[in-house]
Ligand binder design. Sequence first.
Ligand code: BES
Ligand code: MN
Length: 894
Amino acid sequence: MPKPARYIQLNQLRSASLSRPLDPANENPALAHSLYQKCSSVLSLAADDQNIYSGSQADDILVWDKATFTLKSTLQGHTGSVLALQYAPDRKWLFSASGDSSVRVWSTTTLTPLFRISPHLDSDSGDIFSLAWSPSLSTIYFGCQNTSLQWYAFSEDKGSIPCPPRQDPPFDTFCNNSGTATPRRAHKFFDSYPQYTRRAADLNARNSYRSSPSPPESSSPPTDGCLSPALSASMTAPAALDTPAKNMVWSAHYGYIYCMALSPSTYEGSDDKPASAKDEIRLVTGSGDSSVKLWSLPAGVPTLEHTFDCGSGAVLALTVRANTVYAGCQDGYVKVLDLETRTCVRTILVQEGVDVLSMSMLDSDLYTCSANGQIQRWSSSFDLSASWDGHSGIILSSLIVLSETPKDNADGASKPRAVLITGGNDDYIKLWDVEPPTARISDQTELDQVQQDPHNDTLLYALSKFISIPSISGHPRYKEDCRQAAIWLRKCLSQLGAESSLISTGEDNNPLVLATFHGAQTQTKIPRILFYGHYDVIDAHKSGWSSDPFQLLPLNGYLYGRGVTDNKGPIMAVACAAASLLRKRALDVDLVMLVEGEEESGSRGFSETVKKYKDQIGEIDAILVSNSTWISETTPCITYGLRGVIHCEVEISSSGSDLHSGVDGGDTMEPMMDMVKLLGSLTDSKKKVAIPGFYDAVRPLTSDERQLYTVLSGVTQTPASSLSAKWREPALTVHNVEVSGPKNSTVIPATIKARVSLRVVPDQDLDTIATNLQDYLKSEFETFRSPNSLHMSIKHIADWWLGKLDDPWFLALENAIRDEWGVEPLRIREGGSIPGIPYLEKEFSCHALHLPLGQSTDQAHLPNERISLANLQRGQAVLERFFTKVARGIVSEV
Ligand code: BES
Ligand code: MN
């Protein structure tokens, strides 16, 4: 086999991200302008046609002229950091939420305060982190530190005050000179919250630039250009509005409500259609409790519809595009949630361990802003299309503003433009020239592809990373690699949309990966399928291989590498099938993936662990496995039977030590001689196993089977008797014989160990066969009257498995194969063993199905292991069809 150029750079392989690395041809957006807000971090941003508004940590809102990039005015009044801003274009109002427990409303035409909204139970609401204005409901929603969700509804009569204004409390000595501020009172519970140590969102919360309450002099800022009094708007007292008790969901979350958004999105840059009167408007809230909640808004009142558990730390930022919610989380993950099916369709790994603090969308492009100052752009297919250093500190806020002046192309055509505005704790506001994805990707058909799977190779890309980890369970040297493979797989499956975790199977064993792809939630119970696979592989000695076994090599339609067929390739095909359906919002079954790391070593710790976590796995309707091959290269198959296996170690040793054959040979009964005779006694000259009663329980061949074997014999060009011998008759193998000592040809070894295995078939009983084997060896050995001693131990066992050919699940899988390939699949059995299958059938009281994806020439366990790329990809398609079929109702389909 020739050695082509390396396919994927090694340095790309180990990163856990499934997103394609940046194409060097992609240009990062250019910096159009910077605004320096000398005295304070930029916590929040909003904009209208004329101005950019920045909420500062120093309690003020700075108003910047969009055309001249100069500071126009300062809106004063808040006595705490300005944590959120929202522009309401329909009213020309600016809403601001603050650490002083108030929401303020400003006129953007006069730049004067209009209202001060007090949350219900004023002092107890804590900081107000998040805002969302619904023009059609004329309601401002706000999320509080005390976990309450509150709202204030304005009447349809624009600008009118719905309830009698309350007088602001009298100014006290701590108020600033605008005369409108109300100092924040201490909260009996939340104010004991420790100082910020790590989480940027908490940094904003209680860390006012001015110490609170504000000393009077701090309200007369120095004349260094920062918050210049000359620029401050002259403030009139805003009308005070109280949030009525009924406008509050108490304990809306179990943590601070850091962020919220409306669906359809109301933000500039969104391609969502504005909500019309008949459209359902929904609110999503994200919290420190790591959940996102979906609220319907009948008559504007939030009613909890669903809770998404993001499972990866606080939800710090939210953005919405139609039915899709992007939740930016602690530690660098963005969960992509579908509001219709109520599923997590994908997880984007932005940067591990770096909080995602703000996000903005321009059509289908997602911009993520992180705690390390970096900005990333993600395509609709979750690939990274730009990445750059935006700020020298933490990025706390971002916003998309559409530009009225389209950029002229070289060819004279104009391109739509937009500006991404970001604000950080480096006191800068930065304006980046960005283009909507349609402008960046000129060819529309290319765009369509992007929205599918741009490279059509998530499967291939993920597999190349998976293969690069030598997860060999048979050798302690690779224990850490096995753990790394499990960790990688957990992250991979979670990025593909599953809820995934690692489960220990005992200190000496490799962990299990448990991942659930949740199907769309419906009133009725949806089928739950348990996929079983194994991420461990057999050792690969480089000598027999034509390429590096741990670097995926695509060549002439095949993928080469250790584990491609057994079992990493099929695992990825199953995961990609679920991910693809999720992306199409068409996954209507729950797929639980249980992937172990000990199969090649006899599934150590598997059954005990599954038993222990049975509740977490939940009820299962069918088991699915894909860990064997077709019998030929061309015709798809469905496997309905496997043999079982009993592995026995036989040891014969003398009472002394190794001897010199010249010195002692002839005067000693050599253990090796005993071993040779003993192993020789196991079979006769016709391969028949000599253990008494060994064949008694073997199920006789039926006429149907005989007919089947005749057909298969034609396909495979092998005699029917050979197929029968491999699939439905038991067999004995002597695998190896090991000797003590230096192994040179002058030594009589004192100890000999041999590994013997028996493949067992229906209806042989494992325990009976294991006992009979040992009894037989013992009795044979006794006839030798040898001074040496014999020890035997059963290393591992696996039961045989026979599927149910008239089971509706089996027929549905068979139909899916037929539909995809357009030919009748062959029903086959296999001679190998998978301990997990018969065990899982018993444990979950349901049938197993086995879809082979490999071909007979795959070389599992041997050098140059491979799998056909087309088989893998069409295998994924078969699986998608199967999941779709069984979701529609298992009985009606068949
Ligand atoms: N995938 C194989 C089992 C297999 C091989 C099924 C060929 C069908 C055809 C599995 O990974 C394997 O190697 N199993 C071992 C089991 C043992 C280690 C308990 C086997 O069959 O020897
Ligand atoms: Mn194997």
